[in-house]
Design a protein around this ligand. Structure first.
Ligand code: NIG
Ligand code: FE
Length: 413
């Protein structure tokens, strides 16, 4: 048994009861905290916390970390990433600077299919190595749980390769991983003339096989004009639901084509992107338990509209934010920058952005009973900040790390 005791914490942030799974509307502007606090960890879990006056006295029993003038909060929960990929698309980045749009680049054979070509020609070992480097980087930036999607293989072997790499990352690391099958990310070039044939392959071969191999937690579809239409998306989501796999889907990135309504109908865990969100979509979300997820660094990188996060929260809904880390539309998994961008561009307060990146992010990957808040019994994945006076300094110093130490599963990294 090993005990770690954090003492003299200026502010212990995001202290919650275990029955809370997400926060919505006005409540998002509150981060319950304890000033001048201690936090006791037993092995990988949060054991106890409170004010320093009640701190355990016999310090020699514990590994002690003094957090004077520093704050402590739960690690970031990044509920949407494509962090397993090969190579990069920096050439497309320059094409966009010169004036081409994301859609034009994709229509010219670039985009997702460019990454598919590279990934199919990358060995599993190399893919794992490249991906682990990025994982180590996001861990240093405070991410303690991350959802990872497949979707750059688009055939059985290469999708399986991606999912196995996700599983290997899970086994080799203390970061918490959720795996999402995104076979319906784009139509592979072999099926461009037979799109329904590809949907059949996803439904009849890939989902059952990968489910049997226990490689997938969730299923995703890029529901968008030029990608998977509503009918194709519904077939995939309903096939997954029949075998107990919930959906988390890409919707409303460029057009609102009914993906939100579809997701809520099937009780999807989250709807992600929402750069284009109309009032009907908003009303539909109010009648469900599906979490809206904004990806502000994707908007930043592609120069798209920002998801109307302010409007979503003001209408009483919850909101999560995630990195969307991928080679095409958001080649960064830095959640600190995601939080800054949510504040600067979507007009969230620091409190709202922190809720969106912790407890609501955890909900969006189905793990809010394990992480996302300082709660007895939850996993001790924590950020210890540098010396700061208010939490506003976290988003304010954009692009700069305010993190001094990281704890994952009770261990100092
Ligand atoms: O979430 N929009 C679809 N998928 C990714 C982009 C993937 C890529 O360009 O490689 C996204 O933005
Ligand atoms: Fe994405």
């Amino acid at each position: 048994m090993s005990f770690t005791l954090l003492i003299n914490i200026k502010k212990l942030l995001q202290v919650r009861e275990s029955n809370l799974h997400y926060v919505s509307g006005k409540e998002m502007n509150i981060i319950p905290s304890i000033n001048d606090a201690y936090l006791l960890l037993e092995n990988s879990l949060i054991k106890d916390f409170g004010e320093m006056k009640d701190c355990p006295k016999k310090l020699e029993k514990f590994k002690v970390i003094d957090c004077k003038e520093q704050m402590v909060l739960p690690s970031w929960c990044d509920s949407h990433s494509h962090i397993v990929y090969s190579g990069n698309r920096s050439n497309e980045f320059i094409d966009r600077i010169k004036g081409l749009t994301y859609t034009e680049i994709a229509n010219n054979g670039g985009g997702i299919l460019n990454s598919v070509e590279i990934l199919r020609n990358t060995s599993k070992e190399d893919l794992l190595k490249q991906s682990l480097e990025r994982i180590e980087n996001v861990v240093k930036q405070g991410t303690g749980a991350i959802e990872i999607k497949s979707g750059y293989g688009l055939n059985i072997d290469s999708e399986k390769k991606m999912l196995e790499v996700i599983s290997d990352i899970d086994k080799s690391n203390n970061i918490i991983i959720k795996s999402t099958f995104l076979g319906a990310h784009a139509f592979p070039k072999e099926f461009l003339q037979n799109k329904d044939g590809y949907v059949d392959l996803v439904i009849n071969k890939m989902i059952p096989e990968f489910n049997d191999l226990k490689l997938i937690d969730y299923v995703d579809v890029f529901c968008e004009e030029g990608y998977f239409n509503l009918n194709q998306a519904e077939k995939i989501i309903s096939a997954a639901k029949k075998i107990g796999i919930q959906a988390k889907i890409h919707v409303n990135q460029f057009n609102s084509i009914g993906g939100v309504k579809l997701a809520v109908k099937y009780n999807a865990l989250s709807v992600d992107h929402l750069e284009i969100l109309n009032d009907e979509d908003l009303d539909v979300l109010k009648n469900g338990t599906t979490m809206p997820v904004a990806l502000p660094t994707c908007s930043f990188f592609l120069g798209l509209n920002y998801t109307p996060g302010r409007k979503i929260i003001d209408s009483g809904l919850p909101l999560a934010i995630a990195s969307d880390f991928n080679p095409g539309s958001s080649p960064s998994g830095n959640m600190n920058f995601v939080i800054s961008t949510a504040c600067i561009k979507m007009k969230l307060t620091a409190e709202e952005a922190i809720n969106a990146a912790t407890i609501n992010g955890a909900y969006s990957m189905g793990i809010s009973d394990k992480v996302g808040s300082i709660t007895k019994g939850k996993i001790a994945n924590l950020i210890i900040t540098k010396k700061i006076k208010t939490i506003n300094e976290l988003p304010y110093n954009f692009g700069e790390s305010k993190i001094s130490k990281i704890i994952l599963a009770g261990n100092l990294i």
